[in-house]
Design a protein. Structure first.
Length: 232
């Protein structure tokens, strides 16, 4: 990379050169809350290749510090770079700096810091803080952490309540809640199904959870048949 321009300028020039007009039109339709002019239409393999090029260089740190970004793909690239972070404290610091600028599901769902995979109670405490923020995509990311990291050996029944107790009218928050609970039905069925039996969710999230569980190949046919009787 030349020293004559900043990391942010370099990235933008690279992304502009990689834009695909047809893919831009397709992607923009999937992000109705983002102005189309903020979507370049850069394909994911190209974004990941650029992230790999930047990782471990001074330009990576400079770019991660260069918030806010304008183009959606600049944010996706940022999210991909965060995935490389292996230090927990550094990952949380980077997340807290970035989350206020996350404004759509496509950016939110890419974020997956390596450090979080080994985290336990400290990450749950952070998840609670993110949920308490009330910011739509911060909350969505928090619930995604529950789904990615806390449905297997680190699972505790009380973690389900963190998602159940969220009150939101935002589609993308409730869709993640439903996705998480449907995955919980696949992995922790006996603990999760009482949430539906007791109707502890709002109607939309309740029914969407059942729909996603019924569509999952990880839920048994017997369980699917019973879940269908719980719709309302």
């Amino acid at each position: 990379m030349t020293e004559k321009i900043s990391a942010a300028q370099y990235v933008r020039e690279r992304l502009l050169a990689l834009r695909d007009e047809e893919y831009q039109r397709f992607t923009a339709k999937l992000l109705p809350n983002i102005p189309p002019e903020r979507v370049l239409g850069v394909r994911t393999p190209d974004l990941r290749a650029l992230a790999k090029e930047l990782h471990g260089t001074p330009a990576e740190t400079e770019y991660l510090d260069a918030l806010p970004h304008y183009y959606n793909e600049e944010n996706i690239l940022h999210a991909v770079l965060l995935g490389y972070e292996k230090d927990y404290s550094a990952a949380v610091a980077r997340m807290n700096a970035f989350l206020p600028y996350v404004d759509n599901w496509a950016v939110c769902d890419v974020i997956n810091p390596k450090a979080f995979g080994k985290a336990g109670g400290e990450l749950i405490s952070q998840v609670k803080e993110w949920i308490a923020s009330g910011e739509d995509y911060t909350v969505r990311f928090a619930v995604s952490c529950l789904m990615k990291y806390f449905l297997d050996e680190k699972f505790r029944p009380e973690y389900l309540d963190l998602a159940v107790q969220i009150q939101s009218e935002e589609y993308y928050v409730n869709m993640m809640r439903a996705w998480y609970l449907a995955t919980a039905l696949a992995k922790q069925y006996e603990t999760t199904v009482p949430i539906l039996e007791d109707r502890r969710l709002d109607r939309w999230t309740h029914n969407k959870t059942i729909q996603k569980a019924v569509e999952s190949f990880r839920v048994s046919d017997e369980h699917k048949a019973y879940l269908k009787t719980l719709r309302y």
